[in-house]
Design a protein around this ligand. Structure first.
Ligand SMILES: [Zn+2]
Length: 412
C-alpha cells in the first residue's frame, strides 16, 4: 500500500519529510546528537530514478524519520551545503533547482530548532552524527524547497518529487518501482546462503583444506558479476530473519553472502567490490582476533556497518563450542560487537560448524535470532533458525562450478 509520508501543509505549500547526511570528514565526533541504534536502511527515489548511495546509506532514525546523505540535496535538489565547524551547523541553500523555490536553512547538530530565512522553526527530529559523518534531518529543508515526499512501506522507499507531479503521476511512479523491487512476502521460499572465508591469493604454505578456504580476488569479482547477471539481489541474514519472522519484504531472487573469520581483506577488498555493485553481505567476526594483524579492526567494522553490511559473531576464540565457556564465546562476543557498531547483533556462525543443543539454547538466551552452520544446502524456513544450511564456496569454484551452485531452481 502506498502511504503519504507525513505530508503536512507548510510555509510554501507542500511540506514533506526527508533528511540528509552531512559528510564532514574533519568533524570531531561529539556525544550530543550522535546517532543511536537506528540503522534500518531505506531507498530513495527522485522523480522515478533510484538514487545510488555508494557510501553512507539513508536510514530511518529513532523518531521514524528518513535521513539521507547531504550529497542528496546538493546532487539531487541542486542545493549548496556549507558546514560551520565551530558551531556544528549545516547551512543549506537552494538557488539552482529549476522548479524548486529558493531556501536558506540553518540546522544545528543535536537540536530540533532550525533557522529558516532567519526565523526559528522546530523539527520533529534532529541532526545527528554517525561515525565521522553528520546526519542532518532534511525534513525542513525539503519542506521549504517545495518538493513532495511519499513513503512506500512495502518497498521501504522514500519517493521524492521535485517537478510538481500530480497525485496520479506520483502514484504511477510508485507502483512501477514497487513492481521492480519487491514481491509480496513469501516465507516458504528457500534461499541460498553462500559461505566464503578469505578472499585472497593463498600463501605458499596453504595446503589441502586450508587452501580451499581462499577464493582469489579476480575469481571473486567474477562470482559477484555472475550473481548480478543471474538477477540475484543480496540481503543479509538479519533481513532473512526479519522476513521470516515479521514478513519484512525482501527483493525477488534474494541471496545471502556470508564471510567467516573477519579477515582484513573483507574491508580492503570485499566491501569495496560489494559497494560497487550495490550489494551487501554478512560478516562473522572472531572477537579475540579483530584488531590483530590480518584481521579487521574496530573502525573497519564500524565502516562496514555504516555501509549496510551486517556485523555478526563467529564466537570469541573460534573454539569447539561443545566444550567452551559460552558466556564468553556467545554473550560477551555479542556485547563487544554491539558496543562497536552501536546496533544489535542478530546472527551467529558456529566455528568449524561445531555445536550441540546446549549451544543453541545459549544462543537464544543471549538474544541471537539466527545461526548458520557448514551443512551443505539451501536455507529453508522449516529448518531450525539456529541451524541454517549454507552453500560452501571453495577455491576450486571457478566460473562453471560457481554458476551451477547459484543457479536458480529449474535453470541449468
Ligand atoms: Zn571460522
Amino acid at each position: 500500500m502506498l502511504i503519504k509520508y507525513n505530508l503536512i501543509k507548510g510555509f510554501w505549500g507542500t511540506v514533506f519529510c526527508i533528511a540528509l547526511v552531512l559528510v564532514i570528514l574533519e568533524l570531531a565526533a561529539g556525544t550530543s546528537g550522535t546517532a543511536n541504534a537506528a540503522t534500518d536502511i531505506v531507498g530513495i527515489c527522485v522523480d522515478g530514478k533510484m538514487v545510488v548511495f555508494a557510501d553512507q546509506k539513508p536510514i530511518v532514525d529513532d523518531n521514524n524519520r528518513t535521513l539521507v546523505p547531504i550529497r542528496f540535496p546538493a546532487e539531487e535538489l541542486g542545493a549548496t551545503v556549507d558546514w560551520l565547524n565551530a558551531s556544528r551547523q549545516a547551512k543549506v541553500k537552494n538557488k539552482n533547482h529549476a522548479t524548486l523555490p529558493d531556501s536558506d536553512i540553518l540546522l544545528t547538530i543535536g537540536k530540533k530548532e532550525v533557522m529558516v530565512h532567519g526565523m526559528t522553526r522546530v523539527m520533529d527530529t534532529t541532526a545527528v552524527i554517525m561515525g565521522k559523518r553528520t546526519m542532518v534531518p532534511l525534513r525542513f529543508i525539503s519542506e521549504y524547497m517545495g518538493a513532495s515526499v511519499k513513503w512506500d512501506a512495502s518497498t521501504r522507499i522514500a519517493f521524492v518529487f521535485t517537478r510538481g507531479q500530480t497525485e496520479e503521476e506520483m502514484n504511477l511512479i510508485m507502483t512501477e518501482k514497487a513492481a521492480d523491487h519487491h514481491i509480496p512476502a513469501d516465507r516458504d521460499r528457500n534461499l541460498k546462503i553462500l559461505m566464503y572465508h578469505e578472499v585472497a591469493i593463498p600463501p605458499k604454505y596453504a595446503t589441502g583444506n586450508t587452501n580451499q578456504l581462499y577464493v582469489e580476488p579476480a575469481i571473486f569479482e567474477q562470482h559477484l558479476d555472475i550473481l548480478k547477471k543471474n538477477g540475484y539481489n543480496t540481503i543479509t541474514l538479519r533481513d532473512l530473519y526479519q522476513h521470516w519472522e515479521y514478513g519484512k519484504p525482501i527483493p525477488t531472487n534474494s541471496i545471502i553472502l556470508t564471510f567467516d573469520d573477519g579477515y582484513r581483506s573483507m574491508y580492503d577488498f570485499v566491501m569495496p567490490e560489494l559497494i560497487k555493485r550495490e550489494m551487501v553481505a554478512s560478516f562473522f567476526i572472531i572477537t579475540d582476533k579483530f584488531n590483530h594483524s590480518g584481521y579487521v579492526n574496530e573502525s573497519m567494522i564500524q565502516e562496514m556497518h555504516r555501509n549496510g553490511m551486517e556485523i555478526a559473531s563467529h564466537s570469541h576464540s573460534h573454539c569447539d563450542l561443545r566444550n567452551a565457556d559460552l558466556e564468553i564465546e556467545l554473550n560477551q562476543s555479542k556485547t563487544l560487537l554491539e558496543n562497536i557498531i552501536n546496533d544489535n547483533v542478530y546472527s551467529f556462525c558456529y566455528p568449524c560448524g561445531l555445536y550441540d543443543k546446549n549451544t543453541i539454547d545459549y544462543l537464544a538466551k543471549c538474544g541471537y535470532k539466527v545461526a548458520i552452520t557448514v551443512n551443505y544446502g539451501e536455507a529453508l524456513i522449516n529448518q531450525n533458525i539456529y541451524e541454517l544450511k549454507r552453500i560452501r564456496i571453495n577455491r576450486e569454484d571457478q566460473i562453471e562450478t560457481f554458476s551451477k551452485k547459484v543457479a536458480p531452481p529449474g535453470k541449468p
